[in-house]
Design a protein around this ligand. Structure first.
Ligand SMILES: [Fe+2]
Length: 290
């Protein structure tokens, strides 16, 4: 099982010195063992992703200084990203408070955990580490649609916080940036970083009979709870990444108003209005609930 929580409030104990929570990546301090964990994860995931990751992910990865031998240096990543989409990668100690996270995204800075998981926790981590953040997110930031969409999410997050509707917006991020699937010529493909950086969830999201795969609908997703500690029960599918650009331009305020007071949906529920691409058996999560 994989689990990565994103953008959730961090403990005050880990508050670093700088107001924006950034730290130096400290690249030269990585140990050979830490680079070796990266290598294991990189090679395992690189074998799995052909035919499973979307074209844009593969394309982005190819152009970045990311390889098996060492944990990437954020300065080198930022140089390439900056030229391509105006983004940079900044190091943070782990989860940061929501407003800090949004502020970074709104300014095209992607906060990435600088630490790497331990060899015994390859498939489970509590906080996003450098493998999740860099391998999973950074290739997609090379794509102009995703680049604009995530910036808009940062801006939208700051607004949603003031309106008290952050939970609704966070679901949109969750079911797109983290756990989104996209229809491509050859079939469904992964673009969400939570899936793309996870060996087990890549297989589960695309090939397992258990989860629902449902056409993406903004209001529907805003009203849908998600799992933070297990595979998703439903994945939402967009037709192409440009759909995210359209989303980035929508004013969410009237939608928040419209859905205020309406009931939320459970993660595994299929609704009468859903465009069901593959109905899930639900077997996996039934077994977990045991
Ligand atoms: Fe993430």
């Amino acid at each position: 099982m994989d689990a990565v929580k994103h953008g959730l409030a961090a403990g005050a104990a880990s508050r670093p010195q700088r107001a924006d929570w950034t730290i130096d990546q400290g690249w030269s301090a990585y140990t050979p063992e830490e680079h070796a964990v990266w290598k294991t994860l990189f090679e395992r995931q690189s074998r799995l992703l052909p035919g499973r990751a979307c074209d844009e992910f593969v394309e982005g990865m190819k152009k970045l200084p990311i390889g098996p031998e060492q944990i990437p240096d954020f300065r080198e990543l930022s140089e390439v990203l900056m030229e391509r989409t105006g983004w940079q990668v900044v190091a943070v100690p782990g989860l940061v408070p929501d407003e800090v996270f949004f502020e970074h995204l709104a300014h095209r800075r992607f906060p990435a955990g600088h630490f790497i998981r331990k060899p015994h926790e390859l498939d489970y981590l509590e906080e996003p580490d450098v493998f999740h953040d860099v391998f999973g997110h950074v290739p997609m930031l090379m794509n102009p649609a995703i680049a604009d969409y995530i910036q808009a999410y940062g801006e939208g997050g700051l607004r949603a916080q003031k309106l008290g509707v952050l939970d609704k917006l966070a679901r949109v991020y969750w079911y797109t940036v983290e756990f989104g699937l996209v229809r491509q010529a050859e079939g469904l493909r992964v673009y969400g970083a939570g899936i793309a950086s996870s060996y087990t969830e890549t297989v589960f999201a695309l090939e397992d009979a258990s989860p629902n795969r449902i056409g993406f609908d903004l209001e529907r997703v805003m009203r849908t709870h998600y799992r933070i500690d297990d595979f998703q029960e439903s994945y939402f599918v967009i037709d192409n990444l440009d759909r995210l650009l359209e989303l980035a331009r929508i004013d969410f305020a009237p939608i928040y108003e419209r859905i205020a007071g309406q009931p939320d949906h459970q993660p595994g529920t299929v609704l009468p209005g859903d465009e069901v691409i593959t109905p899930g058996t639900g077997q996996y999560h039934r077994g977990r609930r045991g």
